[in-house]
Design a protein around this ligand. Sequence first.
Ligand code: AHR
Length: 323
Amino acid sequence: MLTRRVVLMATAALAVGLSAAYAQGLPPLEKKDTYKVGFAQTESNNPWRIAQTESMKAEAEKLGYQLVYTDAAGSAAKQVADVNSMIAQGVDIIFLAPREEKPLIPAVMAAKKAGIPVILLDRNVDQSLAKAGEDYVTFIGSDFIDEGKRIAEFLMKEKPEGAKIIQLEGTTGSSPANDRKKGFDDTIASNPAFQVVASQSGDFARDKGRQVAEALLQAHPDADVIYAHNDEMAMGAIAALEAAGKTPGKDVMVLSIDGGKEAVQAVVDGKIAAVVECNPRFGPKAFETMQRYVNGETIEPWVKNIDAFYDKSNAAEEVANAY
Ligand code: AHR
């Protein structure tokens, strides 16, 4: 059933002249002096998430908007409840960083039904179940498949003889874990000398990454590469290697994604060979995209972030700029 808010918003859109996006069923967002904006974060257990939250809060404050912030503490169920609570509080728009691809679909659909536009930040939802331009405005974020591909290409160039690889995957069912694995696995598949001997989730967390790396190193003592889907797990893997009496960067090559200060410093120190950046500073782009939407522009389905690459050639000069 159509809610009163949806009817009012649709009428307002008709009055200002429908943009193509609104015409496809997305809730419009009217021009106002200030907005009440929801930001549903997945968790706050690592520097990447903290940098993203700080960037969102700083930009909202700069614009004088009220930010309704929630932290799902690593639970997709809580994140759905957080979005429902934002809907009940009558926010104007919701920025959602969906923890996993499928479980957050009901949250996206509930916001749409309530006439509240959603912009996905950093992680995507299952594309067979919800679509940009129809169910949510757009996805702002990195190309995770390309991140995995770039790391694999670096590895194949640096170790042309081949490698036995342990892969530490991110949160199961999340778009970065799915795509970083796909980009990496598809790239090394072109050369049978590169073998993933074990691939397991460390949930994007340092201690879980350390524990998983410890167990997999015991099972595969001849592994000579660890590819971690994020810096936290890479730092955990370094701890596991050192505890096992191995020298990271010498006995085992460590590769990572994210580009936080600690990991870029580890590149300078020779413990990590390369890091593909995944930029967490979303604030300016998120609110600029919201403004474009307010102006009635049709937003492209994917607002892509461009990521840097750190290895020994540039890490020392870049470390000061890392988050
Ligand atoms: O979605 C981006 C990923 O999520 C980052 O790589 C990771 O550190 C974060 O938790």
